[in-house]
Design a protein around this ligand. Structure first.
Ligand SMILES: NC(=O)c1ccc[n+]([C@@H]2O[C@H](COP(=O)([O-])OP(=O)(O)OC[C@H]3O[C@@H](n4cnc5c(N)ncnc54)[C@H](O)[C@@H]3O)[C@@H](O)[C@H]2O)c1
Length: 421
C-alpha cells in the first residue's frame, strides 16, 4: 500500500483526494495545513476523521515515511516544498499547476527531482478529462486533417457554484505569490495545456496579448494570440487564440468553479467544436444543442462523446489514478517537470507581452531573463484589490435582480457525496 500525504487542505484538495479515496493501492496517512481547523473539517468531509494533521509539513514528511506527496498550496510554496520532500526521500511528488510562481523555481524543482531520482508530476487535470481524451483520439486519427487553428473561449460567469474560501481568492491576486494573474497564469495553465496538447505541439513560436483588469481585480477580459512553430515552408502558418470572457451576470449553475470552456479547432479537412469542461454536466450539457464534440467534415456534421461522463471530477480521478500507476509500475508522469515548465513559460509570455506591448518569443523566457527582469512578470500598478468585495456584492445584487425578474434559481451546494461515489 502506497503511503500518501497531502500538503494543503484548501479548495482543490476536495478534488485531488478523490483518486486516492477510490484506490486499492494507496492510503492517505496524514495531511498538513497551517490552518488546523480547515484540515479537520476536510478530513471529516472525506471520511478520514482519524488520520493525523500536521501544521508543519516538514514534520509530516520526516515522520510518515511517505511514498507520495500531493502539494496543493499557493504557488510560491511549490518549489521549496518539492525540494524538501525530494531531499527527504519521498519518491513521488505531485504538484498542482502551475508548477511554480517563477521559472527559476521550476528549474530548481526539475534539478532536485532528477538528482534525487524522484518522479515529479505537474498536476494539470484537463489533460485527463474524458471528452478531451476522446477529442484527441479523433484528432490523432486525422478526422479534420492537419490542424491549422485553435481557439478557446474561457467564460467566467455568475454561478451559483461551489462555495469558495475568500483567502483562496486573495493570494491569487498577488503576482509575487501567484506568478501572474488568476485567469491567465493560474487557471490559464489548463487552457495553454489544451492549446499545445490538442494541437500536437510542445511549444509556440511567439505570443501577443491584450489583458484588461475588470473591476481592477481580474486579469480579463483578455485576448492572447500565438503562432505555432512552422515545420514546413509549404504550409500556412498556424495560430491560436485564448479569449477570457468575464460575464459575472450570467446565470450558470455548477458544482465546481464558475468558469467554462468552449474550444474550436480548424483543420485542412474539417472543423471540431468541443463544448464545456469545468462545468460539464450542468444544464447546458443536458441540452441537445451542446453535445460534447461536434465535427464537420466532407459535407456532414456528426457528434461524438455522448457516451462519456461529462462531470469535471473525472479529470481529477483519472489524473490521480495515472500517477498512482506511475509510482507503482514505473513510467513518466503527465506532465513531467519540463512539460510543466513549458506551460508556465507559455502563460508568462502572455503577461510579458501585455506588460511590454510587443511580440514575445519562446526563447526569451529563461530564468536568466527573469533574474535580469527583462522577462519578469510584474503586478500591474493600477490593481486595487480593495474592490474585490464590491465585485462580489455586485454579482449577488445582479443575481437577486434576476431572480426577481423570474430567473429560476436552484441553489447548488458542493456535493460531498460526489467525493465518495
Ligand atoms: N486543477 C485545477 O483545476 C485547480 C483548481 C484550483 C486550484 N488549483 C491549484 O491548486 C493549488 C491550491 O489551490 P487552492 O485553490 O486549493 O488554494 P487554497 O488557498 O484554497 O488552499 C491552499 C491551502 O494551503 C494551506 N497552506 C498554506 N501554506 C501552507 C504551509 N506552509 N503548509 C501547509 N499548508 C499550507 C492553506 O492553509 C490552504 O488551506 C494551487 O496550485 C492552485 O493553482 C488547481
Amino acid at each position: 500500500m502506497l503511503r500518501v500525504g497531502i500538503i494543503g487542505c484548501g479548495d482543490i484538495a476536495n478534488l485531488n483526494v478523490m483518486g486516492y479515496l477510490h484506490s486499492q493501492d494507496t492510503e492517505i496517512v496524514a495531511v498538513s495545513d497551517t490552518d488546523i481547523k480547515k484540515a479537520r473539517d476536510k478530513l471529516e468531509q472525506w471520511g478520514l476523521r482519524t488520520i493525523k494533521i500536521y501544521p508543519n509539513y516538514r514534520e509530516m514528511v520526516n515522520r510518515e515515511d511517505l511514498d507520495i506527496v500531493e502539494i496543493l498550496t499557493p504557488h510560491h510554496l511549490h518549489g521549496p516544498m518539492t525540494e524538501y520532500c525530494a531531499k527527504a526521500g519521498v519518491r513521488g511528488i505531485s504538484v498542482q499547476k502551475p508548477m511554480a510562481h517563477t521559472l527559476t523555481d521550476c528549474e530548481k524543482m526539475i534539478r532536485v527531482c532528477e538528482d534525487e531520482k524522484v518522479k515529479l508530476k505537474v498536476y494539470e487535470n484537463f489533460r485527463f478529462y474524458p471528452v478531451y481524451l476522446r477529442a484527441k483520439e479523433l484528432l490523432n486519427n486525422g478526422i479534420i486533417g492537419d490542424l491549422t487553428n485553435f481557439r478557446i473561449n474561457s467564460i467566467n460567469a455568475g454561478g451559483p457554484s461551489m462555495p469558495r474560501d475568500l483567502k483562496s481568492i486573495g493570494w491569487r491576486r498577488k503576482f509575487d505569490i501567484c506568478g501572474g494573474g488568476p485567469w491567465v497564469y493560474d487557471d490559464g495553465i489548463h487552457k495553454f495545456s489544451m492549446a499545445l496538447w490538442l494541437m500536437g505541439q510542445d511549444r509556440v513560436e511567439k505570443v501577443y496579448s491584450w489583458i484588461d483588469y475588470f473591476s481592477a481585480v481580474w486579469d480579463g477580459p483578455s485576448y492572447i494570440l500565438w503562432q505555432y512553430p512552422s515545420r514546413y515552408v509549404d504550409k500556412a502558418p498556424r495560430f491560436g487564440i485564448f479569449e477570457i470572457t468575464i460575464a459575472p451576470n450570467l446565470y450558470y449553475p455548477t458544482n465546481y468553479y464558475v468558469c467554462d470552456e468552449y474550444i474550436e479547432i480548424s483543420g485542412t479537412k474539417g472543423l471540431m467544436w468541443i463544448n464545456q469542461c469545468t462545468c460539464g454536466g450542468n444544464f447546458i450539457s443536458k441540452s441537445p444543442q451542446f453535445p460534447p464534440i461536434i465535427v464537420y467534415t466532407n459535407g456532414e456534421v456528426n457528434t461524438y462523446g455522448n457516451d462519456l461522463p461529462r462531470d469535471w471530477r473525472y479529470s481529477f480521478i483519472n489524473s490521480t489514478e495515472h500517477f498512482i500507476e506511475v509510482i507503482k509500475s514505473g513510467g513518466e508522469p503527465l506532465y513531467n517537470g519540463e512539460q510543466g515548465k513549458n506551460l508556465s513559460i507559455f502563460a508568462k509570455m502572455a503577461h510579458i507581452s501585455d506588460q511590454q506591448k510587443r511580440d514575445v518569443f519562446w526563447e526569451e523566457m529563461t530564468s536568466e531573463n527573469e533574474l535580469n527582469r527583462s522577462c519578469l512578470v510584474e503586478e500591474p500598478k493600477e490593481i486595487n484589490g480593495a474592490v474585490l468585495h464590491k465585485y462580489f456584492s455586485r454579482i449577488r445584487k445582479d443575481f437577486k435582480k434576476g431572480i426577481q425578474a423570474g430567473l429560476i434559481h436552484k441553489e447548488l451546494k458542493y456535493d460531498k457525496d460526489l467525493l465518495l461515489e
